[in-house]
Design a protein around this ligand. Sequence first.
Ligand SMILES: *Cc1c(COP(=O)(O)O)cnc(C)c1O
Length: 351
Amino acid sequence: MPFFLNAKVRDLEPYEPITGDFPIRLDVNESFLSPDSISFEAIIRAVEGVAFNRYPDHAARDLCAAFAEYYSIKPELVTAGNGSDELLSVILNAFTQQDDKVITFTPDFSMYGIYAKLAGCDHIAFEKKDYKLDLTAAQGVRARAVLFSNPNNPTSLVVPAEEIRRFVKSTNALVVLDEAYMDFAAEGQSLLHEVEEYENLIVLRTASKALGMAAIRLGFAVTNSRLTKALQAVKSPYNVNAVSQAIGTALYRDKKRVKQGIELIRSQRDRLAEYFTILCRQAPGRLELIGSEANFLFVKCKDAQKVTDFLKKRGIIIRQFGETLRITAGSEDENSALLNALQEYFGGRRQ
Ligand SMILES: *Cc1c(COP(=O)(O)O)cnc(C)c1O
């Protein structure tokens, strides 16, 4: 008998990151810091302490406590996940039902729409205008959930906290505020510390960007106690493995080092942004810096495809979407190589 794939998965394509051996990867917003600069010894020590024959702590209590301590929030409002990706899937499965409307803004993190569809929801994506995310567009729709990243991926722009507060209060929908890049933004834009003031707000954080720990898959959902209880009830019991729990706990406890790492990334991001400002002036109409509030820049560029190919030939991978480019801030050497190549492409002398 034939097996028919159901409609919701029939047209889905597997996620295909760019693969291959390229010396400089500035395409997926990873941290350029190596475990050395984070604390390789702390990692080894943490792994040595793992009881490999036992199931991990189902609630990842030490990890959630270390995360909560780092951000000065209550540990009982934190749920850990196998990357924030897993939490997105759990949240959409838990808090929506068949045919519920789920709103996202496009472009944004593509997994929002995929998990919404897998949950059987009606996915509505509002186009951004001039790359700006307009929450009021969502206000007229009776949605069950609204998801967006802030600072936004790929625009590297921040929606002001006050705008988000107003929106969360004005809607019955669950608002999933993905703050994967908030550690790189200016102070005072996060809603992490006020989740208890709302019925309907979940803030997501991740160890993949600011901590440079994409490999160990750690994400966090922070929300009020009612939603936390529901999340804990629906997640799979041992969703975060013991090795990741142990390493994550050690890293978040080393607050000073994490902060230093973030500062290093921010300074490289700023250096890159400064240079782009100069380059944009040299190449008027050809290049425009749109946003630089995360660990990457977002740039409008008429010959985006050509620039991407040009850099690829030099072993540098960036991310292109139509006539825009998303460029992760790399190490000093990586950024210098990028800047030299761009200078060559756009002509003129280095300043
Ligand atoms: C990178 C990224 C994440 C991180 O996902 P993990 O599963 O925690 O690695 C989440 N949201 C956005 C918008 C991202 O760009």
